[in-house]
Design a protein around this ligand. Sequence first.
Ligand code: AMP
Length: 118
Amino acid sequence: MCLFCKIVNKEIPANIIAENDDFLAFHDINPKAPIHILAIPKKHVDSFIEVSPTTMAGMTSFIQEVAKEVKIEKSGYRIITNIGENGGQEVKHLHFHILGGTKLAWGHFSDADPKNNL
Ligand code: AMP
């Protein structure tokens, strides 16, 4: 069972913010912004590559609710999902990073000069 499935099953503790039948949101253990939350589907999906439009529709509403819950819906935030090797995905269970609580630079996560990649 993967790490995030264990969190869903409450076998590993997490600082949970919101939960419904299909989705779970919890604080990232290694935050990269003042607010750094992970939103996941409870049913295991490896990554965005396999996710269904139905799950994504539910995820959209869920993320909007989480943003309201932590009061960043007006100040703004960023959603990121890393996909596979080149995307830098470490945990192979679909998750959306919700980052906020400060004005994020566009290069907040950049570790390479984009000019070198064009
Ligand atoms: P990614 O690189 O997109 O796969 O992101 C995985 C994220 O999961 C990282 O930001 C980690 O800090 C976070 N993470 C790993 N283990 C845990 C955990 N037990 N609880 C909360 N967040 C975690």
